[in-house]
Structures are given as C-alpha cells and as structure tokens.
Design a protein around this ligand. Structure first.
Ligand SMILES: *Cc1c(COP(=O)(O)O)cnc(C)c1O
Length: 355
C-alpha cells in the first residue's frame, strides 16, 4: 500500500471520484452529454492588469447579478460555479460523522459525492413515479442517529427535467425552518423563470438558492455561480471561501453577459433552445427505438429507450456523446440528451432513426 493510500483521510479511502461528463470522456464531434449551451456566449471583453490580484469577493459582479435577479447584494455571493457552492455549504454546515444531508433521487450526483468526501451521511429519498417529492419522507428530521443539516432540492431537477411542486418545496422549508437548510439548486432556472423560489428567502431564513452561468448563459468554461441566502448564512460560508476565488477574467466576462444586452442574448438563445427541445421531443416520439420522452422545462430531455445500450453504443460509434442514466434504479433504460444546436439534433436523430 502506498504511503498516500495509507495516510488518506478515512472518508476518502473508498470514495469514487465524481464522474463529470469530461471525466467519463467519449470522443466525438457532437457533445450532448454535459448540458452546455450550443451557442457562443455574449461578446468577450478585452483584458488587462494581469499583475494585480482580483477583488476579494468581486463586488461589481455581485452587484450586477443582484440587479439581474432583483435582490439585495448582501444576499449574493459569487462562487466558482454551482459545484463550489455545494461544496462550501456542506463543509460550512456539516460535521463529519455526526451530520447528514438529504437528497431527492434521481438527482444531480454532486450533493452525495461531496457529502461522502467529507464523511457526511446521505439520506436518499426517492422521487415518486411522476418524479415529485415524497412529502412524508421529507418531513422527518430523523436520519439514522445523524443530525439532518441540509436538504438538497434540484429544481428543475437534473436528470429528470421536470420542475418540482413549488408548494411542496415551500412546505419542506417550513417544516424544517428551525432545524435544517433547504438548498434549492436552480441551475436551469433561466429555462423556466416562473419556477424560481428565490422569494422564499424573504420568508424563510433556512432557504438557500444556488445559481450558475454555466447553462443558459453559455459560460460553463468561466466557472461562475452564485449563492443566494440571508446575510448571516453567507457570513458563515464566507469563513471558508478561498482568497480571490473568482479570476478577474471570469468576473469581467460574467459582468458583460449580465448586461441588459447580454441578458437579451441569453433569452433569445433560451427561446430557441426551448423551441428545439419541443420539436426534438415530438420527433423522438415518432421513433420506434423510443419508449418515452419525458416532458422537460430545461435544456435537456430524459428519454427511455427500448434497447438503451444499443442506442448508447451506436451514438458513441457515430461520435454523438449523450449521458447514460442507467446507474439510477428508477432510470434503468434512460439516457439524458442535451438540446444542442439544430444541426446537432438532426445528426443525433438521424443515427437513432437508422436503428
Ligand atoms: C450543471 C449543474 C451544476 C454545476 O454547475 P457549475 O456552475 O458549472 O458548477 C450544478 N447543479 C446542477 C443541477 C447542474 O446540472
């Protein structure tokens, strides 16, 4: 056994690395596996002053994002993508071996991964057959002798693509008002802004919202996301954040993308993506290989195929990379397909049609 293996923290010993789309790999010319936007981002700014550290907490960026969402800048914190927000929240509020988080399965796997990496227990609640929240299981605060600290709710949910009941989420927030945080991951909210529960922060001190520029804003590469919560929550999280967390370049690109014309650009791309999603859903419903296309309020479709491994393998051979979801018990024949450009959708469809 290597020294590194011998000395590694016990909670990391058997931990499988998070399987990001890039890590899973797959070589092709059509990448529909990471829910990135197929559009070019809004204009890139010219950069200078490389010799200076960036702002510690980029105030301009925070103010710009606050204006975009219509909240007080004191309730906004810029982070290196939504993934860092998840990591910061678990490390700030959970004590290894004593605390627990709750997730709603099938969902985004980073919540569970980060918790395991820090020795925090995970209480997995299954979504029901229509991918809605299990209210009975969510009302309990009892998780095998551990203290429930954070309930993660991805809304709209990845990989199922549906928006969860706003009343249910509000009821869970109310139920745990005094005892646990309810973290609402709104990574895809630009595709369905009416589903946002940002206003719950006004009524509930335990509600935290996560946002990102990686999806509808087409800026996955710059690593910018936001934590939105009461000031006293951000104060605790702020103890852990890295010095100068947001590279200057990223802050400038983000500020430009959040300008009025940048937001209009995002909305126009968003509307095109939604139209293409609806068309792709209709087209897929005509295919023999397809058993079910779930309706989606995001930029991806969850699809149940008759012969899933054949579809996955055929697409891979043709250089079209989609995301396998069969590791989830509730999704035994399902693939998640990002809505890319119309050319990419045509290419993907032609390979499935040829089966
Ligand atoms: C893509 C995604 C993230 C990660 O976003 P980054 O800002 O790129 O880190 C977080 N949550 C969900 C639900 C996602 O789909």
């Amino acid at each position: 056994m290597s020294l590194a293996k011998k000395l590694v923290a016990p909670q990391l010993r058997d931990l499988q690395p998070y399987q990001s789309a890039r890590r899973i790999g797959g070589i092709g010319q059509v990448y529909l596996n990471a829910n990135e936007s197929g559009f070019a981002p809004y204009e890139m700014p010219v950069t200078e002053t490389w010799n200076r550290y960036p702002d510690f907490l980029p105030t301009d960026l925070t103010n710009t994002y606050s204006r975009y969402v219509g909240i007080n800048p004191d309730r906004t914190m810029a982070v290196r993508g939504a993934d860092e927000a998840i990591d910061l929240l678990i490390r700030t509020f959970c004590e290894p071996h004593k605390d627990a988080i709750r997730i709603q399965s099938p969902t985004y796997s980073m919540y569970e991964f980060v918790a395991q990496a820090h020795g925090v227990a995970v209480d997995t609640v299954s979504l029901d057959s229509s991918f809605e929240l299990d209210m009975k299981r969510n009302s309990s605060a009892e998780v095998g002798g551990k203290n429930l600290k954070i309930i993660f709710i991805c809304n709209p949910n990845n990989p199922t693509g549906n928006a969860l009941s706003q009343d249910s989420i509000a009821a869970i927030a109310e139920e745990h008002r005094e005892s646990a945080f309810v973290v609402i991951d709104e990574a895809y909210i630009e595709y369905c802004p009416q589903e946002s529960l940002l206003s719950l922060i006004d009524s509930h001190p335990n509600v935290i919202v996560i946002r990102t520029l990686s999806k509808a804003f087409a800026l996955a590469a710059i690593r910018v996301g936001f934590l939105i919560a009461r000031e006293e929550v951000l104060e605790q999280v702020g103890k852990l954040i890295a010095p100068y967390p947001i590279p200057d370049n990223s802050a400038r690109i983000a500020i430009s993308a959040l300008s009025d014309s940048g937001v209009s650009h995002m909305q126009s791309c968003r509307d095109q993506t939604i139209a293409l999603r609806e068309q792709t859903q209709n087209d897929m419903n005509e295919l023999n290989a397809v058993e079910q296309v779930y309706s989606s309020v995001t930029n991806f479709l969850l699809v149940r195929f008759r012969d899933t491994s054949l579809v996955m393998q055929t697409l891979l051979e043709e250089g079209v990379v989609v995301r396998d979801q069969t590791h989830f018990a509730q999704l035994p024949q399902h693939l998640r397909i990002t809505v890319g450009t119309s050319e990419e959708m045509l290419e993907m469809m032609s390979h499935i049609r040829a089966l």
